[in-house]
Design a protein around this ligand. Structure first.
Ligand SMILES: Nc1ncnc2c1ncn2[C@@H]1O[C@H](COP(=O)(O)OP(=O)(O)OP(=O)(O)O)[C@@H](O)[C@H]1O
Length: 565
C-alpha cells in the first residue's frame, strides 16, 4: 500500500508548515493577545492612580495607547490570516492531484457524485484552514492565558469566568449534538441535488428537445426544498443555542462587574482591578464564543477533512503491483467475478481466458448481460470482486495507469472526446508526434474525413464541436489505435458507421491483430467480425457464459496458473 500525500508528508508538511512556520503562527496568535493583556493590566493600575490624581489627560493618553495596541493586535491577526491563507493554498496544491485521481477512479466506477464531492472537499478543507474556525482554535491559547491572569487578579473573578467559559464550551457540545446530524444530512442532500441538476447539462439536447426542463426543475426543487428543510432546522437550533451563548457571555460579564463592584464597595478591591478583570474576561470568552458562532464552518471543515483523508487512504490501497514475469504474454483473465452491491444476481462469475498476442475475442450477448462490464473489468476501470486480469503479466487494476494506459486502446460504446482539437484527441494529449497521429488516423480510415474538416487536425472535437456521431467514432478509433496498443478494446464499434467506415474498422482490427495486439470486440453483430475472431464468448443473464468458439485451453490455463502463482 502506498501512502497518501498526507501520510507521506504529514498534514503539517502538506501545508508547507515546518517548525519555523508553526512557531510563527503560535507567536502571532499569542503575541497579539499577550501585548493586549499587558496593556490591560497597566490600564488597571493606572486607572487606580488616575482616580486618585484626577488627571484627565492621563485617561486620554491611556485611551490612545489602548487604541494603538488594538491596532497592533489587528495587524498580528492580519499577518496570521495571511499565513493561514498561504497554508490553505499549499494544502490545496498538495491534495488536488491525488483527489482528482481518486475522483476519476470513482467516476469510472460509476460513482460520479462521490468523485465531485471529493473535489469539493479539497476546496472545503482549504476554506476551513484559512477561515475563522482554525483562527478561533488558535485564539484559545490566548483565552487560557487570559483566564490565568484573571485568576491571578482575584480567584473569585477567575471562578466566575471559568464558569462562563465552561458553559460556553458545553453549549458548543450541545450544538454539535442537536444541530450537527441535521446540518450534515442537509449539506449532503443540497450537494447531491445540485450535482443532479448540473449533470443534466450533458443532456442538453434531450432536456431542451423533449421539453424536460420544467420536470427536472420540479424534481430538483423538491429535493432542494427537502434539504433546505433539514438545513433550516439545524440553523434554527444553532440560532437558539447562539442566543443562549450570548446570554451566557452577558451573564459572565455581569457576574464579573457585579462582584467587582461589591469588592470595591467593601474596600477589598479597586476600580482598576474590576476593569482589568472585565476586559480580560471578554478576551477569554471571545474565542470559545467564536467556535460556537462559527460552528457550521467548523463542522463542514472537519467533515470534509475526514472524508478526504478516508478517500485518499482508500485510494492509496490501489497501488501498482510489479508485472509477473512468469505470466504468459497477452491477456489472461483468471476466475473473474463481478457482483455490484444491491443487485440480486452477479454480472459475471468465474470467467477464465487466455489470449495470446494477436488473438481476437468477440463478446456477445443480449442487452444488459454484462459485455461492457466485462470490457471495463479487463481494462481495470472497475475492481473485480473476484479474480484478476493480467496484460503481459501486469494486473490491470493494481497498476500504474500512466504506463498501462499507453499500451491500451479503448473505444467506448459512448464515444467520449476531450474538449480539444482532433490532433490532441488522437495523440492522447498535446505534443504527440504528428507522424504517429496521422498513422493512427489512416489506420482508422479517418484521415480523409479529418482532411475535409475546415481546420483539418486542428478542428475542435469536443461535445460542442460539429463532428457527426460516426465521425466522432472514427476519431475515437484513431485514438484507440494510436501508438499501436498491446490491447485493443472496442465496445460495439460498428454503431452508426456506414459501409466504408465499417470496412475501415475491420481492416484496422485485423492490422492491429497482425501487429500483435490482443483485440476484444463487444458486439450485437457478430457476423461483421466472426471471420476475424478465433474466440467467441456469449454472456448470459445472471453472470453465466458460454463459449461459442475457441475458449481457454484448460491445460494452458493450468500451466499459466502454476507459473504465475
Ligand atoms: N458498477 C455497477 N453498479 C451496479 N450495476 C452495474 C455496475 N456495472 C454494471 N452494472 C449492471 O450490470 C448490467 C450489465 O451492464 P452492461 O452495460 O455491462 O451490459 P451490456 O451487455 O453491455 O448491455 P448493452 O448490450 O445493452 O450495452 C447492467 O444491468 C448494469 O446496470
Amino acid at each position: 500500500m502506498s501512502a497518501t500525500v498526507l501520510q507521506r508528508r504529514g498534514w503539517l508538511r502538506a501545508m508547507g508548515l515546518g517548525p519555523g512556520s508553526v512557531l510563527a503562527i503560535l507567536l502571532l496568535s499569542l503575541g497579539g493577545m499577550l501585548g493586549l493583556f499587558d496593556l490591560v493590566l497597566s490600564i488597571a493600575h493606572i486607572t487606580d492612580g488616575v482616580l486618585e490624581s484626577k488627571n484627565g489627560n492621563t485617561v486620554l493618553a491611556l485611551m490612545l495607547v489602548f487604541a494603538m495596541a488594538t491596532l497592533l493586535a489587528a495587524y498580528y491577526r492580519h499577518r496570521r490570516e495571511a499565513l493561514l491563507q498561504a497554508m490553505a493554498e499549499r494544502l490545496g496544491l498538495a491534495l488536488r492531484a491525488e483527489a482528482l485521481q481518486a475522483a476519476i477512479r470513482r467516476a469510472a466506477r460509476r460513482d460520479l457524485v462521490a468523485g465531485l464531492d471529493l473535489l469539493g472537499d479539497v476546496a472545503a478543507a482549504q476554506r476551513f484552514v484559512a477561515g475563522e474556525a482554525v483562527a478561533g482554535l488558535l485564539d484559545l491559547m490566548g483565552a487560557a492565558a487570559a483566564l490565568g491572569l484573571v485568576f491571578h487578579l482575584h480567584a473569585g473573578f477567575g471562578w466566575i469566568l471559568l464558569a462562563g467559559m465552561g458553559a460556553t464550551a458545553l453549549l458548543g457540545l450541545v450544538l454539535r449534538r442537536v444541530a450537527g446530524p441535521a446540518a450534515a444530512t442537509g449539506e449532503a442532500e443540497l450537494a447531491a441535488a445540485g450535482h443532479e441538476l448540473a449533470g443534466q447539462l450533458v443532456h442538453a439536447d434531450l432536456v431542451r428537445g423533449l421539453g424536460q426542463l420544467p420536470a427536472l426543475l420540479g424534481r430538483w426543487q423538491r429535493r432542494h426544498e427537502a434539504a433546505l428543510g433539514l438545513a433550516d432546522m439545524a440553523a434554527a437550533r444553532s440560532d437558539a443555542i447562539r442566543e443562549l451563548q450570548m446570554l451566557v457571555a452577558a451573564l459572565t460579564m455581569m457576574g464579573l462587574t457585579g462582584s467587582g463592584v461589591l469588592h470595591v464597595i467593601e474596600g477589598r478591591g479597586t476600580i482598576g482591578l474590576v476593569l482589568g478583570a472585565v476586559l480580560l474576561g471578554q478576551f477569554a470568552l471571545r474565542p470559545l464564543a467564536g467556535l460556537v458562532q462559527h460552528f457550521e464552518a467548523w463542522q463542514a471543515g472537519t467533515r470534509a477533512w475526514a472524508r478526504l483523508r478516508r478517500a485518499l487512504a482508500e485510494e492509496a490501497q490501489v497501488t501498482a503491483r510489479p508485472p509477473l514475469t512468469e505470466a504468459r504474454p497477452g491477456l489472461v483473465v483468471e476466475d473473474l467475478g463481478f457482483h455490484p452491491v444491491g443487485r440480486d444476481q452477479p454480472v459475471l462469475t468465474g470467467l477464465g481466458l487466455a489470449l495470446a498476442p494477436g488473438e481476437v475475442l468477440l463478446v456477445e450477448g443480449g442487452n444488459g448481460t454484462g459485455k461492457t462490464t466485462l470490457l471495463r473489468l479487463v481494462l481495470g476501470l472497475v475492481p473485480p470482486d473476484q479474480g484478476r486480469v493480467l496484460l503481459d503479466g501486469q494486473d490491470t487494476w493494481f497498476c500504474d495507469r500512466g504506463t498501462l494506459g499507453a499500451r491500451i486502446g479503448y473505444l467506448p460504446q459512448d464515444v467520449q472526446l476531450l474538449e480539444a482539437d482532433i490532433f490532441t484527441n488522437i495523440g492522447r494529449g498535446p505534443g504527440a508526434p504528428a507522424e504517429l497521429v496521422v498513422a493512427a488516423a489512416r489506420m482508422a480510415g479517418a484521415h480523409e474525413m479529418i482532411g475535409r474538416q475546415p481546420l483539418g487536425y486542428q478542428a475542435p472535437a469536443g461535445t460542442s464541436a460539429g463532428l457527426s456521431a460516426g465521425q466522432r467514432r472514427l476519431v475515437g478509433l484513431a485514438r484507440a489505435l494510436y501508438g499501436m496498443p498491446r490491447l485493443l478494446v472496442l465496445d460495439e464499434p460498428e454503431i452508426g458507421l456506414d459501409g466504408a467506415a465499417r470496412q475501415a474498422m475491420r481492416a484496422a482490427v485485423s492490422q492491429a491483430s497482425a501487429a500483435g495486439a490482443v483485440v476484444l470486440v463487444a458486439t450485437h453483430e457478430p457476423a461483421t467480425w466472426a471471420d476475424l475472431a478465433g474466440h467467441r464468448l456469449r454472456l448470459e443473464a445472471g453472470g453465466t457464459f458460454e463459449w461459442l468458439a475457441g475458449g481457454p485451453d484448460e491445460s494452458d490455463m493450468e500451466r499459466h496458473r502454476a507459473a504465475a502463482g
